[in-house]
Design a protein around this ligand. Structure first.
Ligand SMILES: [Zn+2]
Length: 212
């Protein structure tokens, strides 16, 4: 029974069902389901030991992605933040201190997003861990398009092997999917294996890649 329950919970995380998504309007989960286009996103950077290798891989694969950066990391590595944009990728805000809306009062959550604006000028926001209340969504969507995801690869999970992360990515991705990877140290081993391998698979399947 436990195995089934775990499997069910994982399925819910990797691809959140439509019925749950309806509670989070007007959040963006997925783009056009009639177009063979995928939207890669990388969260939690820029990171001095990971981000550059992601940029090089994206160049090699000939595609563009969207980076949801943490303000505190941009403050530490402005040159990497510049480099992401120079190479034609899109930027989104992931807050300043990576705090979760669900576990903070509204005002300190908004403050954190405001603080990030000193370093990141953009119109996309992704709440850390996807933790956000309907009230916060209503407030934040005055200034941002709030982006969650269609597929979360769970590359950050140390219990998963790189091959398992690759399989999650290709299992759930479909037309218009917004897919989450992380350019962080924690996710690096899984991500650096799974992301290029998945892209090569999707390219063979005829998918194109666009920024959000
Ligand atoms: Zn994050």
């Amino acid at each position: 029974m436990k195995v089934y329950t775990n499997r069910f919970v994982k399925m819910l995380i990797e691809q959140v069902p439509q019925i749950v998504r309806r509670f989070f309007k007007p959040v963006l989960w997925r783009k056009d389901k009639n177009k063979k286009v995928l939207y890669l996103t990388f969260d939690d950077g820029p990171n001095e030991s990971v981000t550059l290798s992601v940029l090089n891989e994206l160049d090699r694969l000939g595609i563009k992605a969207t980076f949801f950066c943490i303000g505190n990391n941009v403050e530490k590595h402005p040159e990497l933040f510049e480099e992401i944009q120079k190479r034609g990728h899109k930027i989104g805000s992931h807050g300043y201190g990576h705090i979760r809306g669900l576990f903070h009062d509204d005002e300190s959550f908004y403050e954190d997003i405001k603080k990030a604006e000193k370093f990141i000028h953009c119109n996309l926001f992704r709440p850390p861990h996807g933790h956000i209340t309907p009230k916060q969504i209503k407030h934040i969507c005055n200034n941002y398009t709030i982006v969650l995801w269609d597929v979360i690869t769970r590359d950050y999970n140390q219990e998963l092997t790189p091959e398992q992360v690759y399989r999650i990515a290709v299992k759930y991705a479909r037309n218009g999917s917004i897919i989450v990877f992380h350019d962080s140290v924690k996710a690096a081993k899984n991500m650096q294996y799974a992301f290029p391998k998945a892209v090569e698979y999707w390219q063979k399947e005829g998918y194109k890649f666009e920024v959000l």
